[in-house]
Design a protein around this ligand. Structure first.
Ligand code: EPU
Length: 422
């Protein structure tokens, strides 16, 4: 297992290119199972989760090839294989998004039921409710979801749950409805840019989807879809993480390929805290004078402040001048980073789904343990600004979602090394 050793205190300066979005690429790769013919995807990031999805598509009869430049082709050669096994699904929860495509294209799917993870309980009841509404028979057998349908039929589906819309649930039902007979309406659909990106890819394949990016999707089913070429959107969470890195280190970063229109809630919050975010040469320049104002923030589905940047923002607020409150409305238990930040001298009090953060003068380097992807990013950020040395253990979590983050940070002036625990 690898760890990062970080000596804090360097100002980050320079330009950093943001990769294609993991959370766009994963469902888009699953959607390639719907096509008759090969798809070519570009700007696919080189991540452990992407490799896991490649392996899963291989299990399901697809030939997948990739090059170093982020181009991938997916071509289905055997449609008899329909089992996404527990060993794959437990390592990567996004495996659940092969369920809709397998069911719609092959008439049957057997996908291991995902369990919870470090960010809390993660049910899939809404995915199943939506697919049942399209006419699928679904039962549980030996921990697997077994779904069958001769031909799915369009339906009116309300997909909201107790925590609002569901991103991968919307993806699953939208992908299945693309090949259903008749028209499907999804109400309370997720509006995330990743859902818009998936809809754009499906439409390029011949699907008829309208309303992506709004809470009401209308999908006119078609009888077949062809392979298509598609470029994955830039990763708004990676971009937000680097913006926080600039703010924390009193730095000055340019992000040349950010979709600011996907990040309005994040930019608005950063500006409120005192971070300067400006359009520059087709991209974004981020700098900070290092007096950070405290703030209150609540995570919401898009276009609200994303849960996937909650941990990173919390690290930033540890150094603000006063008290802040961060409330998690998507995954109320997603606070594993708090205990680790306390080890670095942060002053944080948890009250239910809220963290009350009192700004401190400085964080102090310490050995800390990564628990999930975004929590690990928050600890790396803390290490960049802490006095002394921070060792972040179990960085395989961060490799799931950030491509070579230590190399990108080093190129900007950070003192960070990857070391092996062996
Ligand atoms: N929910 C239900 N029932 C369901 C599905 C979800 O009650 O059937 C609840 C969840 O428990 C949660 C809320 O609805 O409280 C939203 O969950 P959602 O389904 O939107 O999450 P997801 O689709 O499983 C994706 C991202 C996550 C991101 C969330 C929220 C991918 C691969 N994953 O997960 O990303 O946090 O949306 O935006 O797209 C990450 O990248 O680190 C990550 C965890």
């Amino acid at each position: 297992m690898d760890r990062f050793v970080i000596k804090g205190g360097s100002r980050l300066k320079g330009e950093v290119k943001i990769n294609g979005a993991k959370n766009s690429a994963l469902p888009i790769m699953a959607a390639a199972l719907l096509a008759d013919g090969p798809s070519t995807l570009t700007d696919v990031p080189d991540l452990a989760d992407i490799q896991a999805m490649c392996d899963l598509l291989g299990d399901l009869g697809a030939a997948v090839s990739r090059n170093d430049g982020g181009t991938m082709t997916v071509n289905v050669t055997d449609e008899s294989l329909c089992h996404a096994e527990y060993d794959r699904v437990r390592k990567m929860r996004a495996s659940i998004c092969v369920l809709g495509p397998l069911l719609a294209k092959r008439g049957k799917a057997r996908v291991a039921m995902p369990g919870g993870c470090a960010i809390g309980s993660r049910p899939v009841n809404l995915h199943l409710r939506g697919l049942r509404a399209l006419g699928a028979d679904i039962e549980l057998d030996g921990g697997d979801i077994v779904a069958t349908a001769k031909r799915l039929r369009g339906a009116e589906i309300f997909l909201g749950g107790p925590f609002g819309s569901t991103v991968l649930g919307t993806a699953n039902v939208m992908m299945a409805a693309a090949l259903a007979e008749g028209t499907t309406t999804i109400e309370s659909a997720a509006c995330e840019p990743e859902i818009q990106d998936l809809a754009n890819y499906l439409n390029a394949m011949g699907a008829k989807i309208a309303g992506a990016g709004t809470p009401r999707l209308t999908i006119e089913g078609v009888t077949s879809l062809c392979g298509a070429a598609h470029r994955v959107i830039p990763d708004r969470i990676e971009a937000g993480t680097f913006m926080v890195a600039a703010a924390l280190t009193n730095g000055d970063l340019t992000l040349p390929n950010v979709r600011l229109d996907h990040m309005l809630a994040v930019v608005d919050k950063l500006r409120e805290i005192g971070v300067t975010v400006e359009k520059a040469n087709g991209g974004v320049a981020v700098s900070s004078a290092r007096r950070l104002e405290p703030t209150d923030v609540t995570t919401h589905p898009y276009p609200g402040f994303p849960t996937d940047l909650q941990a990173q923002l919390l690290t930033l607020l540890c150094l603000a001048d006063g008290n802040s409150a961060i409330t998690e409305k998507i995954f109320p238990d997603r606070f594993m980073h708090v205990a680790e930040l306390l080890r670095m001298g942060a002053d944080i009090r948890k009250e239910g789904p809220t963290a009350i953060v009192t700004g401190v003068k400085r964080l102090i380097g310490a050995p800390v343990m990564a628990s999930d992807l975004r929590a690990s990013a928050a600890l790396v950020l803390a290490g960049l600004v802490a006095r002394g040395t921070t060792t972040v253990h179990r960085v395989y979590h961060i490799d799931r979602g950030y491509e070579r983050i230590e190399m990108k940070l080093r190129a900007l002036g950070a003192d960070i090394e990857r070391a092996s625990d062996e």
